[in-house]
Ligand binder design. Structure first.
Ligand SMILES: C[S@@+](CC[C@H](N)C(=O)[O-])C[C@H]1O[C@@H](n2cnc3c(N)ncnc32)[C@H](O)[C@@H]1O
Length: 155
């Protein structure tokens, strides 16, 4: 058997949301909900030198563990939908490897504490990595599969 991958959290999310049910699914969130959703990422002291230079970026990519996700599912019904979709075609937390990715606005850095907005994570979420969001991450002419079909019907 192959050995599993072991990851060490570099920090933790401090969020006003204490439970996954405290957050609305993005498609049903009130206007500007996530813009106003602020919190902190507290980096462990031993990793603080790795934050040097990050304060110059407006947005960061945060990779994290969905630590409260429960059992994985290969088919999930996205919020407001009736048709099941493959979990890898969704942003569901219920994944075989419960890893998530959020692009957050970096409001400021105070030592090893990052102040962020756009937060869609609950308090205590273990943070596995942080990367700067750059113009290379921005793609044009994208297709969004079943999400696109849903938007067209709604519009
Ligand atoms: C749809 S996921 C998207 C997260 C991320 N932007 C992504 O794409 O991977 C966001 C939902 O995950 C749930 N959630 C947030 N933090 C979690 C955690 N630590 N464990 C389990 N579920 C979490 C909340 O219900 C939230 O609405």
């Amino acid at each position: 058997m192959r050995p599993g991958v072991r990851l060490r959290p570099i920090g933790v999310v401090r969020s006003p949301f204490k439970d996954p049910s405290d957050l609305p699914p993005p498609a049903f969130a009130p206007p500007r909900f996530f813009e106003r959703s602020t919190g902190e990422i507290e980096i462990r002291p031993e990793f603080e030198p790795g934050l040097e230079g990050l304060e110059g970026f407006s947005h960061i990519i945060v990779l994290f563990h969905f630590h409260r996700a429960g059992a994985a599912k290969l088919k999930v019904v996205p919020p407001g939908q009736s048709k099941p979709r493959g979990v890898f075609a969704t942003r569901s937390p219920h994944r075989p490897n419960p890893l998530g990715l959020s692009v957050l606005r970096l409001l400021g850095r105070h030592g090893r504490v990052l102040e962020v907005s756009g937060l869609d994570l609950i308090d205590g979420t273990p943070v596995l990595d942080i990367k700067p969001y750059t113009s290379r991450d921005r793609k044009s002419h994208i297709r969004t599969g079943w999400l696109q079909r849903r938007r067209r019907r709604a519009g």
